[in-house]
Design a protein around this ligand. Structure first.
Ligand SMILES: N[C@@H](CCC(=O)N[C@@H](CS)C(=O)NCC(=O)O)C(=O)O
Length: 214
């Protein structure tokens, strides 16, 4: 039976799960929810996730939210397709570490700027705050640049790439709203090359947030 996958367009967390489902070749029933219609606050959704957030999956009689936990579950429960946590104990620990670094430090460094650009009216944009938030993002990006050693974050393609890629794509999207921000310039050449490699995965285009394609 297919997994039910609750998705919200633009959510980097939901995107991570979509990439994992595709890469593992798991059958799923895609259920996009509408944030603007408040679907995530409706009683039927709150029964699935009392924190009113996507992603959520339902696999038979098992419901799970939190994207990082979902990827671990999918990898343990389904042996098909890509191994999201490949290798030996040390290699898997490295993947988990990278996932934590993205969820904790990259998010902390990028969310303030995203808040300032996406969720603040243009007329209220505060140049000083934006510059400070961009500098914070650039400092964090520098740490990732220094860590790149091979094609993918942990060597082989893994859950780490599916975690950081959507967050990174969201950062680049800020330049569409404010071209002189140059969020792309906050990232180094290795990071840009890695973005291109992930973009060339055969299922990547399918998972791009639908409202970005309009
Ligand atoms: N830690 C969660 C974060 C999920 C999350 O923040 N989802 C956002 C979209 S990016 C959401 O659904 N927000 C709606 C809300 O909080 O009401 C995960 O990894 O799944």
């Amino acid at each position: 039976m297919a997994i039910t996958f609750y998705y919200g367009s633009g959510s980097p967390y939901a995107w991570r799960v979509w990439l994992a489902l595709e890469a593992k070749g798991i059958a799923y029933d895609w259920k996009p929810i509408s944030f603007s219609d408040g679907d995530h606050k409706k009683p039927e959704f709150l029964k699935l996730n009392p924190r009113h957030k996507v992603p959520v999956i339902i696999d038979g009689d098992f419901t799970l939210y939190e994207s990082a936990a979902i990827l671990e579950y999918l990898d343990e429960q389904y042996t098909t397709g890509l191994k999201l946590f490949p290798g030996d104990a040390r290699q898997r620990a490295r993947v988990r570490r990278l996932v934590r670094e993205a969820d904790d430090y990259f998010v902390a460094a990028s969310e303030p700027l995203q808040e300032a650009i996406f969720f603040t009216k243009r007329e209220s944009w505060d140049a000083e705050r934006i510059a400070a938030d961009r500098a914070k993002l650039a400092r964090e990006a520098g740490k990732w640049e220094a860590a790149f050693g091979s094609d993918y974050l942990a060597g082989e393609l893994s859950a780490a790439d599916f975690t950081l890629y959507p967050m990174s794509a969201l950062c680049l999207r800020m330049d569409i709203r404010k071209p002189d921000l140059d969020a792309a310039g906050a990232f180094g050449p290795k990071w840009h090359a890695w973005m291109k490699r992930v973009q060339s995965l055969p299922y990547l285009e399918k998972t791009v947030p639908p409202h970005w394609k309009k």
